[in-house]
Design a protein around this ligand. Structure first.
Ligand code: NIG
Ligand code: FE
Length: 410
């Protein structure tokens, strides 16, 4: 055996058979094995059980986790981790009362990030993204989805996706990439259809040809892309094997959720603006509703109606949306705090949303998101804490003590 973790106070999210997701009232149940051990062989979880059943203690590395919990690594299924520069001057404008939409209209926001990214070399982008990658590893994240969308030209969108791919190749993170050419219409296009044509006829084919993305996204929102435009772009992407994952219903009831259901998206993300029709549309679909409370916090907007969605039987996922404009924070434990405090999710519900359900939102539910034999050994060990609720409770503390990714201590 390569690694044995013993005397674990609580082994969290143990599932002998991994479900594809947990939904509705099942989200309140988080299986925890107390006084447990975990065995890792190669890159995989090979066994677990109660300490009283531990026979063989021979291992290349033995970790004593007395007083500490072991979790499956967080899966952060929605980020914009590759960007050129922070935007704290817009943050100050927002404090003074300027809205996110107004900033965007004046060429700030996404277009500001695009200008900076276009002026930044691939190497510089890579170096700054690499720092963020190791930052989130330290927060307990093991898998991350990374979007383009700050390039907005063929070459700069490609540049972003190449950087995102390299993060996956050169760090222990599992990375999946999403093409988000339809993030905003650049100022130089007085005719928006011309830019949409560029996305559909040039960007999508090139991204697909180079194998740079698995998913396709659009910012379906008033002032950005309409539901019809979003649908067209998603359908074009699907012809090239890209699967939809959509920015939906962030600032308005935008129709994005319905487009997500119609185009069979893997997930619809944000959901700050939801009505009963949107909830009804999701029921019975295979789309993972994904909430990004870091953005709601930072933009001071409504939070998604998490309880109503769970009461309707839906599964829910949580992700950071790590980006320079609406959520400059990649810390999943803080996202758990926001989910609990602002959306009144229980710690159990929030942890399910940030592990097995967010794994589904990036199609990793068979290999990550739970402690299951044969899954990738992506786990973190907490510091000595009294209970799992302490993690969202102690919202300023660092509780992730040791990280193991792909069976190796990081
Ligand atoms: O998910 N809403 C669209 N895109 C990002 C933010 C983009 C930005 O402000 O840079 C988001 O919130
Ligand atoms: Fe986003």
């Amino acid at each position: 055996m390569d690694i044995l973790i013993k005397n674990i106070k609580g082994l969290v999210q143990v599932r002998d058979i991994s479900p594809k997701w947990v939904a509705g009232k099942d989200m309140a149940e988080l299986p925890i094995l107390e006084n447990a051990f975990l065995k890792i062989d190669g890159e995989k979880i090979s066994d677990y059980g109660l300490m009283s059943d531990l026979k063989d203690e021979e291992a290349k590395k033995v970790i004593d986790a007395t007083g500490r919990f072991v979790f499956p690594s967080f899966v952060d299924s929605h980020t914009h981790l590759v960007f050129a520069a922070s935007r704290e001057s817009e943050f100050v404008d927002k404090i003074k009362g300027v809205s996110y939409e107004e900033i965007a209209r004046k060429g700030g926001g996404i277009l500001n990030s695009a200008k900076r990214l276009q002026q930044t070399s691939e190497e510089e982008l890579y170096e700054s993204a690499l720092k963020r990658a190791f930052e989130i590893i330290g927060f307990g994240t093991g898998a991350v989805e990374i979007k383009s969308g700050y390039g907005l030209t063929v070459k700069d969108e490609i540049k972003m996706l190449r950087v995102a791919k390299r993060i996956g190749e050169n760090t222990p993170l599992t990375v999946k990439t999403t093409f988000l050419g339809a993030h905003a219409i650049p100022k130089e296009y007085s005719n928006r259809q011309q830019y949409i044509d560029l996305v559909m006829k040039e960007m999508i084919p090139q991204v697909a040809e180079e194998g740079l993305a698995e998913y396709i996204d659009a910012f379906c929102e008033t002032g950005f892309f309409s539901p019809d435009e979003t649908e067209m772009i998603m359908e074009e992407g699907k012809k090239y094997g890209l699967k939809p994952k959509i920015h939906a219903n962030q600032l308005n009831i935008s129709g994005g959720v319905q487009v997500g259901v119609k185009t069979k998206a893997v997930s619809v993300d944000h959901l700050e603006s939801m009505g009963q029709e949107e909830i009804d549309a999701l029921v019975g679909s295979e789309v993972m509703p994904t909430m990004l409370p870091g953005a709601a916090f930072f933009l001071r907007s409504n939070y998604p109606p998490a309880r109503e969605m769970m009461n309707a039987g839906l599964p829910l996922a949580l992700a950071t949306d790590y980006n320079p404009g609406s959520a400059p924070c990649g810390k999943m434990p803080f996202i758990l705090s926001l989910a609990c405090v602002q959306m009144r999710m229980t710690p159990e519900e929030a942890i399910n949303a940030a592990t097995i359900n967010s794994a589904y939102a990036m199609e990793l539910q068979d290999t990550q998101g739970s402690i299951t034999k044969g899954k990738v050994a992506n786990v973190f060990i907490t510091s000595e804490i009294p209970s799992i609720s302490y993690i969202p409770y102690a919202f300023g503390s660092d509780v992730v003590d040791q990280v193991i990714l792909n069976g190796e201590v990081v």
